[in-house]
Ligand binder design. Structure first.
Ligand code: PMP
Length: 417
């Protein structure tokens, strides 16, 4: 008999047997309201009938085409369809299987295209667990520790994290831009800097939205110095934030967009998108992979785009997100240990602090565990695990938001004792 490695952490203890929309059902038949969505992946809900039908059709037709050997119809159709939802001008795509792989692909592209070695990433960012992606990740040392030496050519600059310092958005923006200029003057000269790589909303690092002025400042510096602006929208894409892309909130134009998670409703698929003139500078044959753009994953992604656009899921994320936020804020007024409620759309977090203002991972975990016992599945994030996050599928209804919020209210009260 073999066993799973202990290295895998289990957030809920649930043995999932089936998924239906916003619910997971365990082997005993107990139903859980799933506000984790497989870490923000199953945005169309578990097993959406149109995604299931598309995948079933494809699985019986062609499972593995292998896109560096032959082209296949699901990939061509998906590329065509993505043109409707990608930011204007980002019309060249490359596909891989995971967020981390697409981060690596973006890194390879910006280094090859600019001939410059360094990338500036931002403090609290999460970009994945492969060596390059972990090197760019500073959401917590657990991703980096015991894995050194990590990749060189990475410089970390401050993120405009107003919540962390108790600052206004303006103060946080001014500080972060000043420090970025200092970094460009003292650590990585513009001529050595290939790209700025940033999440529009810090995900694993604690659900902290960037500010419009900060992203505008990055864009301006990027244009001035020939530096590329890479947005990691692995967690913020596909309607999660109440707009199709996270950056739609900020009015900033990326040079490279990284996407994964919500793209294929749970099938492993990720992509980078960039303008043709940039993508053509990738060295021929330098990007690829055995499983990239798997035919079943592409068929599922195509159905996912249709469901998101035709069923109005982006608008639903905005409306349900506003309701959930209101409910979370109401709970916060009754519990002093909840220091902040923040996020965009259906990407919301609630931060716990001790009475003396320190991040309180233990209190967040206690509330999250209590919620799981009461049938509401949640995850934590943040460097100390101090933030409980709420990321239901975008198909969530108003009644399900009310039900989830009521469980949350009881769970926080019970955990506080
Ligand atoms: N970037 C961001 C913003 C993410 O949230 C994640 C996953 N949480 C990744 C990259 C890595 O994606 P994957 O786990 O699919 O490699």
């Amino acid at each position: 008999m073999a066993e799973l490695s202990e290295v895998l952490k289990q957030a809920t203890g649930v043995l999932a047997a089936r998924g239906e929309g916003v619910h997971l059902i365990d082997e005993e038949g107990r139903r859980y309201l799933d506000f984790t969505a497989g870490i923000g992946v199953t945005s169309t809900g578990h097993c959406h009938p149109r995604v299931v039908a598309a995948a079933q059709r494809q699985v019986a037709t062609l499972i593995h085409g292998q896109y560096t050997t032959v082209m296949h119809r699901p990939l061509l159709d998906l590329v065509d369809r993505l043109g409707d939802v990608l930011p204007a001008g980002l019309d060249r795509l490359f596909f891989a299987n995971s967020g981390s792989e697409s981060v690596e692909a973006a890194l390879r592209l910006v280094r090859q295209a600019t001939g410059r070695p360094n990338v500036v990433a931002f403090h609290g960012g999460f970009h994945g667990r492969t060596v390059a992606a972990a090197s760019l990740t500073t959401s917590g040392t657990k991703v980096r520790s015991g894995f050194s030496p990590l990749m060189g050519g990475v410089v970390i600059a401050p993120f405009p994290n107003a919540a962390r310092y108790g600052w206004t958005a303006e103060q946080a923006t001014e500080f972060a831009l000043q420090e970025l200029d200092y970094v460009l003057q003292t650590v990585s000269a513009p001529a050595d800097t290939a790209a700025f790589l940033i999440e529009p909303v810090l995900g694993e690092g604690g659900y902290v939205p960037a500010t419009p002025d900060f992203l505008a400042g990055l864009r301006e510096r990027a244009d001035r110095h020939g530096i590329l602006l890479v947005l990691d929208e692995v967690q913020t894409g596909w309607g999660r934030t109440g707009r199709f892309w996270g950056h739609d909130h900020f009015g900033v134009r990326p040079d490279v967009l990284i996407t994964a998670k919500g793209l294929a409703s749970g099938f492993p698929l990720s992509a980078i998108a960039a303008p043709a003139a940039l993508m053509q500078q990738a060295w021929p044959g330098s990007q690829g992979g055995t499983y990239g753009a798997n035919a079943v994953a592409c068929a599922a992604a195509l159905a996912t785009v249709d469901v998101i656009t035709e069923e109005g899921l982006v608008a639903n994320a905005a409306a349900r997100g506003a309701e959930l936020r209101g409910a979370l804020e109401e709970v916060a007024t009754r519990h002093e240990q909840i220091a902040d409620v923040r996020g965009l759309g259906l990407m919301l977090g609630t931060e716990f602090r001790t009475p003396d203002g320190a991040p309180d991972g233990a209190a967040a975990a206690a509330a999250q565990q209590e919620a799981a016992r009461r049938g509401l599945l949640l995850l934590t994030c943040g460097p100390w695990g101090e933030v409980v996050r709420f990321i239901p599928a975008l198909v969530v209804t108003a009644d399900q938001i009310t039900e989830g919020a009521a469980i949350w209210s009881d769970a926080v009260a019970a955990a506080a004792g």
